[in-house]
Structure formats: C-alpha cells, structure tokens
Design a binder for this molecule. Structure first.
Ligand SMILES: NC(=O)c1ccc[n+]([C@@H]2O[C@H](COP(=O)([O-])OP(=O)(O)OC[C@H]3O[C@@H](n4cnc5c(N)ncnc54)[C@H](OP(=O)(O)O)[C@@H]3O)[C@@H](O)[C@H]2O)c1
Length: 307
C-alpha cells in the first residue's frame, strides 16, 4: 500500500517540474516532494503570490530542497515556451514532469493563440512543455540509475468527449456545443492527455509515460463550479468513491505514478487512485489511429514554438 507521506523518497539528485503547483493537487505534490531532498523542484502557475506562499510553507516545514516558482500562463504558448527556456537554461537533467495544471467546465473561449480554451490550457500547452523537455529527458534517461517519467493528469470525464473524440476540424473555434458543452470540451482535453501519454510511451519507451486521475477531489476546480455542477460532482463522487477526496489525501494517485515502484508501472497506461490500472475505457481511448493523429496534429501546430 503506497503511503504518500513515507514512500516518496529516493529523489536525491533529481530535477522535477510540476505545473499548476500554486493550489490544489499540484501544491500538495510540491509540498510532499520537497520534503524528500530532490536536487531542484520547479513549479508553475500564474499566481506569483501563491507561488511565494508555497515556497514559504515548505521552508517553514523545515525543507531545504531548492524550489523555484516559474510564472507560466498556459493560455499563451509564448509564456509556456519562455518558462521552458528558463528551466532549460538552468538545468542539465529533468527526471519528472508532472503535467498537472488544469481548468474544467469553462465557458466557450479561445486561448491567446486561438485554440479552444480548455484544449489549449489542459492539453496543447502541456504538449509544448513535453516537447521542449523531451530531448533533455531522453538524455537524462541514458544516465546510469535514472528513472525518468512524464505524468499527465486526466479525468474519467474523458467519457464526455464529443463524438469523434477530438474534433480536429474545429479546435481553433470555441466549440460551442449546445448541452453540457463545458464538460464535453473538458472531456476532449482529458482524452487528449490519455492518448498523448500512450503515444509518448510508444515513441519514447525509455521514459515512463502515464496518465492518471486523482479521483474527485474538493479543490478549487470543483468549488468554483456553479451550484448545479457542484451538486452533480458531489453526487458522482458519492456513487463512485463513497465520498469526495480531500486535497491532502488525493495527491497519492499522481505521486504513485511519479515516484512509485517503476517495475509495477505499465508504460502508457491510465491509472486510477491509487496505482490501479484503470479498466475505464471508451472507443476513443483505445483508438491508436486517433493517438497517432493527435501526435501528428500537435507536432504540426507546435512547430513554430519548437524551432
Ligand atoms: N479536483 C478534481 O476533482 C479532479 C478530478 C480529475 C482530474 N483533476 C485534474 O487534476 C489537475 C489538478 O486539478 P486541481 O483539482 O488541483 O485544480 P485547482 O485546485 O483548480 O488547481 C489548478 C492549478 O492549475 C493552474 N492553472 C489553471 N489555469 C492555468 C493557466 N491558464 N495557466 C497556468 N496555470 C493554470 C492553477 O494555477 P494559477 O491559478 O496560479 O494559474 C492551479 O495551480 C487538473 O488537471 C484537473 O483536471 C482534478
């Protein structure tokens, strides 16, 4: 049984990047991993004040791991590129990239670069980060005794993705689906994380690549929803988990994927809390052609940011 307070050791010499480390699950992961002497932990977000508060909290807890908050707005690919370039200029290895930041059930909108806002924030910006760091992570994986991982946060909400799974033809529109559109667009972005993790595993087998859901957790992602959505989420938590998880207990799922026993992790898989190989699938999560197409589409969209 994985104990997130005891089993997150073995980080000596490792460099870690966690997106969305300013609140909720990401902040809890920063706090927990910082207690275990990593060489350096970077975490991102837009809220500089919260970033400083997390650093203070870890220092107050007696932790000496170097921590750096990097401002990064995932709705702007230029901001993502700048954040990645800063870290690349400072580090010669990256052992863990946890693509954690996310938004849910947003009204129709576009990112600064003209992509549907949830797809752009949750998926495409993380794909840019991953692509920026892949050469360094491939090199890190060649070092003796290395254990390099990319963990992408997803949600069983991928079951709500629109017909076709990922609507490539209108990803550069607000995709104003009529009913439950916010959750359909969220589902699409989280399906992309599952498929991208699979494809990454096929193309870079030296790096452990998985997707993971934390379960339903009482973070701001949920508390900021309107009353209708909050009660639907609470009901769903009651039915599927018995209760809603607290932000302090729920990081265990993604931490297991990040630092749990490597020989127990299935490359490319989707995990549920805690360390459970999920049986939840849709025809889209099993569609290798869709994963391939997503990879190609993403490479082509990101080309100008990677040159
Ligand atoms: N909570 C759940 O029940 C649940 C269930 C399934 C999956 N998940 C997934 O778990 C992950 C973490 O969620 P959470 O519940 O911890 O959410 P949260 O408490 O709302 O935290 C979200 C984090 O993402 C960052 N973020 C949001 N928009 C951003 C943007 N445009 N640019 C940069 N950073 C941004 C926020 O940082 P700033 O505000 O500083 O920008 C914050 O640190 C998400 O990917 C979510 O989809 C959560």
């Amino acid at each position: 049984m994985f104990d997130q307070d005891k089993d997150t050791g073995g980080l000596q010499g490792k460099v870690i990047l966690i997106t969305g480390g300013t609140s909720g699950l990401g902040a809890q992961c920063v706090l927990r991993l910082a207690l275990n002497n990593a060489s350096h932990i970077y975490f991102t977000g837009r809220n500089t004040k919260k970033g400083s508060a997390i650093i203070k909290e870890t220092h107050d807890a007696g932790c000496t791991t170097p921590l750096t908050f990097v401002e990064c707005d995932l709705t702007k690919l230029a901001s993502v590129k700048a954040a990645a370039d800063k870290i690349l200029s400072e580090q010669h290895r990256l052992d863990l990239l946890m693509a954690n930041a996310g938004v849910m059930n947003q009204p129709p909108g576009l990112t600064a670069d003209g992509y549907e806002v949830q797809f752009g924030t949750n998926f495409l910006s993380h794909a840019l980060l991953i692509q920026k760091f892949l050469p360094l992570m491939d090199k890190t994986a060649e070092l003796p005794g290395s254990d390099v991982r990319i963990v992408q946060l997803t949600s069983t909400g991928f079951r709500g993705a629109p017909s076709g799974g990922i609507r490539f033809d209108d990803l550069k529109t607000v995709q104003n689906f009529r009913v439950l559109g916010g959750m359909m667009r969220y589902g699409q972005s989280k399906l992309a994380a599952v498929l991208y993790a699979q494809e990454l595993a096929r193309r870079h087998p030296n790096i452990i690549s998985v997707s993971v859901t934390p379960g339903i957790v009482s973070t701001e992602l949920v508390s900021k929803q309107n009353a209708f959505h909050r009660s639907t989420i609470w009901l769903s938590a009651k039915i599927t988990q018995g209760r809603i998880y607290s932000p302090k207990e729920a990081p265990a799922s993604q931490l297991w994927c990040a630092v749990g026993p490597r020989n127990e992790i299935k490359q490319g898989a989707f995990y549920e809390p805690v360390g459970i190989l999920s049986k939840i699938t849709t025809k889209y999560t099993q569609d290798e052609d869709l994963a391939w197409r997503l990879w190609d589409w993403t490479q082509s969209e990101l080309k100008q940011w990677l040159d």
